[in-house]
Structure formats: C-alpha cells, structure tokens
Design a binder for this molecule. Structure first.
Ligand SMILES: Cc1ncc(COP(=O)(O)O)c(C=O)c1O
Length: 492
C-alpha cells in the first residue's frame, strides 16, 4: 500500500548512531533530576557560546521584535515568499563565510542558495548533480547522516573511499582511485566526491596536499567536488582551515572547467550553534546548479523571520568576530578537558584541531578485532557506563574500535562526570573486575553524591566557569583533579 521509499530502510534510522540517540531519550542525564542517566555524547551540537548570542539579542530587541528603527516590519516579513531569500541576509552570509576564511576568499551572493540546514542543502545539491543509480564517493569514516541526506530520497549510491588509521585517516590518491575502480566494477557512474572539511567525525582539517589530490582527481575524472564546510568556524588550533575554494584559487583554476564543479555546503548549525534555526546553503559558481537548486529550495526554505533576525546579527562584524574567537577558545578548552581525561584513562585519540567531537581510539578495549566486539563495547558504554557515544561502524569506519565522542553539547560539570565514568570503567575493566562487578547505578549515585554541591550545576551557570567576567578576567576551574595538558598525542 505504501511507496517503496516509505517502506525501505535506506534512511539509516536503524544504525547505532540513531539507536543511541533513541536510547538516550529514554533516560537522559540531568545533574539534579537524573544523575545516573545517560550523558549525550553522540550529538554534534555547540552549546558553548549561547550566552554571547543571548547577550546580542538582549542588546538588539528590534531584531527579535521584527522591527526596524522602531517600526514594525512584521507585514513585510509575513508576506515574503521569494525563494531567492532576503538579499540582505545573503549579503551578510557571504561576508560571514569570507570572515571565517580570513577574508582570503570573496563570495558572490548570487552564487548562494539557501536551504533548511545543511541536511537539505546536501540533498538538494545531490539532486542537481546525480541521477538515481549514479554514485558519489565519500571518504570514511563519515557523518552517519549522509546515508539519509545523500542517498535516501535521491536514489544516489555512496561509494566509500576507505581511509585508514595508519596515516591518520588522510585521503590519498590511491584510496580515491580504489573507490573509483570499485564503482566502475559495480557499473556505477561516479558523479562526484564529497568531503567534510573540517571532518566529521575526525575533528581535523584537510591538508593542502589532500585538497590538491581531490582537485587533481576531480579534474582527471571529470567529476564534481562537494566540500561540506559546516564546521569551518570551529577550527580552534593550528593548522588553520583551508577551504576547497581557496585551494582551487591558489592553483588559478577560476577559468578552468573544474571551477564550475566545485561546490560548498555551509550552515549556521555548528559554528553559531543554531541547528534549530535551520539555516543552510549551497555555494556554487555553476549557474545551472544555482538556478536548479534555487527552484528546489522551495521545498526547504528558511523562514523570513529567521533571515531577518540573523541578517541583523551577522551585519554586526564586531559581534561575529568576537563570537568566533571566543567560541574557538572555549571549544579548545573543552577538547583539552576531554583528552586529558582520556589520557588519564590510557585511551588514545586522533589529534584534532576542529569540530565539536574527538575521534577516540578504544581498540585496546575490544574483546576481539571485530565490529561485533565494537558493538559489544558500545552497548556496555551506553547501558552500563551511561554514555552515548557513536561507534565507528555508524560512521562506516573500516577498522573496529574507533568512537566519536562529542564534547560541546553539555556543561563543564557534565563533561567532568562523563570523563570520570570513562576512567572508572577502564579502571574496573583493567582490574579484571569487568564492568558487571560494580553496579553502574551504585557507582553513579555515589559519584553524583560526591560531586553534588561542588560541581553539579545547570549548564547556564556552570558554563560561566569558562566564560569571561565583565572585567575581562577569566575563571579557570581545575578539572576534576586531572592536570590540564595540551594535546600531544600523535595521529595514529
Ligand atoms: C558534516 C555535516 N553536514 C551536515 C550536517 C547537517 O547540518 P544541519 O543541522 O545544518 O542540517 C551535519 C550535522 O551534524 C554534519 O555534521
């Protein structure tokens, strides 16, 4: 009775990534109400700089109140329906994108298509570039949502480009060629390669060499390059971020064919922490793509109210510049909290410089080098330790034992608790006690009792710990007795 689309399961909803989110929903951690609940570390959300946005909103009540110079613009916005988007918003967006790239790149607002988040932008772009049954190459490990965004409704196939821990999961020419050949054998026409830069789930930026390999490969194979740069504003450490467009400009490719096959996906969900606002975009210098995507954007527009509010916010360059710097500083500090805790627990990780997560190496905790053992460990961590992290298998990683652990969607106090849970788990396991010996509930209630009062606070108050005081001084609360160290682990 239903369509094939409605009844098939290629959405990916049954992957452990989505299952983990569902299990969390049933027993969410709360410092006071449910201190033994599951801590959500599977969601790449940025909650670290809400105070900055809120402070801007307080100082600019007209934007929220849909007013301009004290006069209401409600009627104008209520009637606005043009799928091209508000010109003022697109102008501000391209300037913001340039600002993130150190103004080394200039973007043309006419090349921008708005969409309801990067989810919609990615799908729309794929609809423009490939027909059902054609293929997009995608380096692994990749963001689990891509199975839904790139292939579910479009009917396009994903062919993985297998990247390995032996070179820090870098993309190589031979990995790209290998994926291309596999697609050929499957009779799949390859239309493009999609990267996330900075990478989700690796939390790393791409090197110039990698970007050059991609461009050279796309030129040789006459295919598109899609660069999903939704985390470009989260780069908190060197090396800095290089956009695909910058890499292509540095090779003077503006007049070459490949220039019209390079497309960027961006959104305000990660850098500004506004996934609920659903603001995404496609940037492309290909006029046909822009025209087709603009028409398709009717199915997922950004509300004019949101466009109005955010165009005012982004127009304030002093605010955006301050926001970016502070947000990056806070992300860096959070990342350091997490990795110093991991180090204390003898857990390795991929050295990263961006994103809202860390790519964690738990291979030594597996009972065998298999994905079954990875699932077994993931379940233990989810149900017994009380942490929802994402197993590498959900990101299509080819090596068992890697996990994505998010750190920016919770308070400092919650992260401390999460890190303590990991440490206790590893200690128990290495003592030969096994996770079952001490009940998780028992452990968590005593831990939570110890922490209560000194550490357990709501997100809004705890996050002030790492925020600047009005006089410019900064709090520096020591982290659970662990010494804070700057990340030194090598990429493995
Ligand atoms: C790489 C990547 N692209 C796209 C998205 C979707 O973002 P949005 O909330 O803007 O739809 C995500 C969300 O996690 C992501 O990690």
């Amino acid at each position: 009775m239903l369509s094939t689309k409605a009844s098939c399961n290629s959405h990916g909803q049954d992957s452990s990534y989505f299952l983990g989110l569902q299990v969390y929903e049933k027993n969410p951690f709360d410092e006071t109400v449910n201190p033994t609940g599951i801590v959500q570390m599977g969601l790449a959300e940025n909650q670290l700089s809400f105070d900055l946005v809120e402070s801007w909103l307080r100082k600019n009540p007209d934007s929220m109140g849909l007013k301009k110079d004290g006069e209401s613009v409600f009627r104008e916005l209520a009637l606005f329906q043009d799928y091209h988007g508000l010109a003022s918003f697109k102008n501000e967006l391209v300037e913001y994108m340039a600002q993130i790239r150190g103004n080394k790149v200039k973007f043309d607002p006419n090349n921008l298509v708005l969409a309801a988040g990067a989810t919609s932008a990615n799908e729309t772009l794929i609809f423009c570039l490939a027909d059902p049954g054609e293929a997009i190459l995608l380096p692994t490990p990749y963001y689990p949502g891509f199975d839904r965004d790139l292939k579910w409704r479009t009917g396009v196939e994903i062919v993985p480009v297998h990247c390995l821990s032996s070179n820090g999961f870098r993309i190589t020419m031979s990995a790209l060629e290998d994926a291309y050949q596999r697609a050929q054998k499957l009779n799949l026409k390859v239309k493009g390669v999609l990267i996330t830069n900075p990478s989700n789930p690796l939390g790393t930026t791409m090197t110039r060499d990698e970007l050059n390999h991609l461009i050279t490969f796309a030129m040789a194979r006459n295919i598109h390059v899609i660069s999903d740069e939704v985390f470009s504003g989260t780069v908190f450490d060197s090396p800095g971020f290089i956009s695909i467009i910058e890499a292509a400009m540095d090779r003077n490719l503006e007049k070459k064919d490949v220039w019209s096959r390079i497309h960027i996906i961006y959104s305000l969900s990660k850098d500004l922490g506004l996934p609920g606002f659903r603001v995404g975009m496609i940037y492309s210098s290909n006029k046909t793509v822009v025209s087709a995507a603009t028409k398709m954007s009717s199915f997922g527009l950004v509300s004019s109210q949101t466009q109005y509010l955010l165009s005012n916010m982004l127009a304030n360059k002093k605010f955006t510049s301050k926001y970016m710097k502070k947000n990056q500083k806070r992300l860096k500090k959070r990342k350091e909290m997490l990795v110093s805790g991991l180090k204390k627990s003898g857990i390795g990780y991929l050295k990263g410089n961006a994103g809202l997560f860390c790519w964690v190496d738990m291979r030594h905790l597996l009972s065998s080098n298999t994905f079954e053992a990875e699932t077994e460990l993931w379940k233990k961590i989810l149900f017994e330790v009380g942490l929802n992290i994402s197993p590498g298998a959900s990101c299509h990683c080819t090596e068992p034992g890697w996990f994505r652990v998010c750190f920016a969607n919770m308070s400092q106090a919650t992260l401390r608790i999460a890190v303590r849970r990991i440490k206790d788990f590893v200690d128990r396991s290495s003592c030969g006690g096994g996770i079952g010996k001490i009940s998780y509930q028992q452990n968590m209630s005593s831990l939570s009792r110890n922490l209560h009062g000194s550490m357990v606070r709501k997100l809004t108050s705890s996050d002030r710990d790492e925020q600047e005081h009005a006089d410019g001084t900064q709090s520096n609360i020591p982290f659970g007795g662990f010494t804070k160290k700057v990340e030194t682990c090598k990429r493995v």
